[in-house]
Design a protein around this ligand. Structure first.
Ligand code: B12
Ligand code: SF4
Length: 538
């Protein structure tokens, strides 16, 4: 049987990184079946397009995975596939929480023939075999022989064959430049950001987050060896195609067990498996100097930190009191001293937020080393404690907000400002943090650093700007380049100055004797050429 795994586009930004679930399920598919992957962010497709695709390729089963924000598109695509006579199985966080919606058991139309609940590592082979026999069940739940919920241990993690998978749709280097760039240094003919997981689960249970409920609070890790081997395969692939690979460790909290993270990073260094990487780590875990040393030495370049708010009362409200705004500056400085920078994520529209929260937050951000601030609105995702609290209090204004997804729009009323005021705050945050002046300041703040770093922070900021201000068309890029022409000219002029590409490499050495290979890739890793991303709450 030929299977299509499809991830819908998010409708806001382009793809900068493929979704891991597709590669994982592909690797877990029983022999005898062929699996094709289509990521809508990289290969845009509409309903007619997918129906034609499944007919032309003679697909026997379509698997669709989606987050809440893409679920409306996912349902439309599923409907088109089913109308073409091909069964659809859906999985991922949204349908796990809203299985009845996908199966049409809540009074609405049915979109999926089957739903895979939770982690599907163990159920997927069964789903494929049932589909091949034409006997798909409605619901596949990960349970053991006694009917108890079971979670894959990750100790036996499949080898994702990165060396041979078709990654054509995920090259971030524009076609026209590939030939020339292949010849530069170790080669830049391809640049890919690849998701790798080293563990699953987070016990913190922040009120707005799906993760603790979905993956459970028991944390599971792959073996160090399995992660190291995967990185080595990725490096080999990059070398063979004269390109670059960067990794996004998609673990929700990459340092949730500091001892184990240190041991993994040491093993990566010992095996020469360093690539440039990004990971999500909560601020409280970055107090550990040795951890930060190892992050830098093993290739860590950007750390995503879910700061959420600079107001301790807000943090307490959402069960994230372990975040201490008083220590944010020290954490960021500790990273910056090792040339590791931070993607700092903030949520507005929290219950203690009042008008002016964006400017108050920016006031702090401006005192920190330059990074990539991002701003979102508190969103009640289905089945989260936040959703339940707001529902009980009658505060949801759009209880099924996913049925008509609107980017950056509240679905409930905050306590101390109006919905419109919350929207204005988020707009202000983006507009100020990504204005030409703010970009110029970020570049200037790194005056003592090699030019490459400064170019990277500039490019990353340009790309991140697109999370809020869509930059999907050529015209949008031309406009933004024109607005930032002064900084661009400045960087170009400096490029011709002798010694411009050298400079104090890091204010603190990483671990002596260790060297990370490759170019300064992670700024692109964070955004990618002509791409923009939106990042999770951490
Ligand atoms: C990496 C990541 C991203 C990446 C993008 C995705 C990518 N290219 O990988 C980035 C950083 C861009 C991102 C952004 C956002 N993210 Co995000 N992200 C994640 C993260 C950390 C890892 C995803 C992952 O690969 N997990 C590992 C794989 C193995 O798990 P999985 O995807 O769930 O797949 C398993 C099962 O769900 C199932 N499955 C999944 N799909 C399918 C399909 C089929 C057919 C079947 C059978 C099974 C199946 O099988 C898989 C194996 O067990 C998750 C949290 C998490 N730990 O999952 C959040 C998460 C998915 N993100 C979330 C959110 C909210 C966002 C943002 C909206 C945040 C924001 N405010 O901006 C944005 C939106 C992005 C956008 N523009 O669309 C939420 C989604 C909750 C929900 N109900 O939708 C999560 C769960 C985190 C959270 N805080 O709750 N994210
Ligand atoms: S927001 Fe981050 S720290 Fe909080 S529960 Fe989710 S993954 Fe864990």
């Amino acid at each position: 049987m030929r299977i299509l795994l499809y991830n819908p586009d998010n409708g806001v930004t382009r793809n900068f990184m493929p979704h891991l679930w597709m590669f994982l399920l592909q690797a877990l598919t029983p022999p005898g079946h062929e699996v094709l992957l289509v990521d809508g962010n990289a290969q845009p497709m509409d309903e007619a397009g997918i129906a034609q695709f499944v007919r032309e390729k003679q697909i026997g089963l379509v698997g669709i995975g989606a987050m809440t924000r893409m679920i409306a598109k996912a349902y439309r695509m599923a409907d088109a596939v089913r109308a073409a006579g091909v069964p659809v199985v859906m999985g991922g966080p949204h349908v796990t929480e809203m299985a009845d919606e996908a199966l049409g058991r809540d009074g609405g139309p049915r979109h999926a023939d089957a739903v895979a609940l939770g982690e599907a590592d163990d159920t997927w082979p069964r789903i494929v075999e049932d589909a091949a026999r034409g006997q798909l069940k409605d619901v596949y739940a990960p349970v053991d022989a006694f009917g108890q919920e079971s979670k894959p241990s990750l100790k036996e993690y499949p080898d994702i064959p990165w060396q041979s998978i078709d990654l054509g749709q995920f090259n971030l280097v524009p076609k026209a430049a590939r030939g020339t760039l292949q010849k530069i240094g170790e080669g830049w003919g391809t640049f890919r950001i690849v998701p790798v997981e080293s563990g699953r689960g987070c016990p913190y249970g922040c009120e707005f987050c799906t993760v603790t409920g979905f993956f459970g609070d028991s944390i599971r890790f792959r073996t160090n060896q399995s992660v190291v081997d995967e990185l080595l395969r990725l490096k080999a692939r990059a070398r063979s195609e004269k390109g670059q690979m960067a990794v996004f460790f998609i673990d929700d909290n990459f340092a949730i067990n500091i001892k184990r993270t240190k041991s993994l990073l040491r093993d990566i260094i010992a095996a020469g498996a360093q690539v440039h990487w990004v990971a999500q780590i909560s601020a409280n875990l970055l107090r550990d100097e040795e951890l930060v040393d190892l992050i830098a030495a093993s290739g860590g370049k950007w750390i995503f930190i879910g700061m959420e708010s600079i107001d301790p009362a807000n943090l307490k409200d959402v069960n994230k009191g372990f975040n201490k705004p008083g220590e944010y500056a020290a954490v960021l400085e500790r990273l910056a001293q090792r040339n590791v920078y931070a993607i700092t994520s903030f949520i507005f529209g929290m219950d203690n937020d009042t008008v002016g929260v964006a400017e108050r937050t920016l006031g702090q951000v401006r005192t920190w080393p330059p990074g990539l601030p991002i701003f979102g609105l508190l969103t009640p995702l289905p089945a989260t404690p936040l959703y339940k609290r707001l529902e009980k209090a009658g505060r949801l204004t759009r209880p099924k907000h996913w049925q008509e997804f609107i980017p950056f729009a509240m679905a409930h009323t905050p306590l101390k400002m109006t919905i419109e005021e919350a929207h204005a705050e988020v707009r202000y945050g983006w507009a100020q943090a990504y204005s030409p002046e703010a970009l110029a300041q970020a570049v200037d703040a790194l005056e003592d650093q090699p030019l490459g770093y400064r170019i990277n922070i500039f490019l990353a900021r340009l790309c991140f700007r697109g999370i809020y201000f869509p930059m999907l068309g050529r015209l949008a890029w031309v406009k933004v380049i024109a607005q930032n022409r002064r900084t661009i000219f400045k960087l170009v002029r400096e490029g011709f100055r002798p010694g411009a590409w050298r400079g104090a490499p890091a204010r603190l050495p990483a671990i002596p004797g260790q060297r990370v290979e490759g170019g300064e890739a992670i700024a692109q890793a964070a955004g990618g050429e002509g791409q923009a991303i939106a990042v999770p709450a951490d």
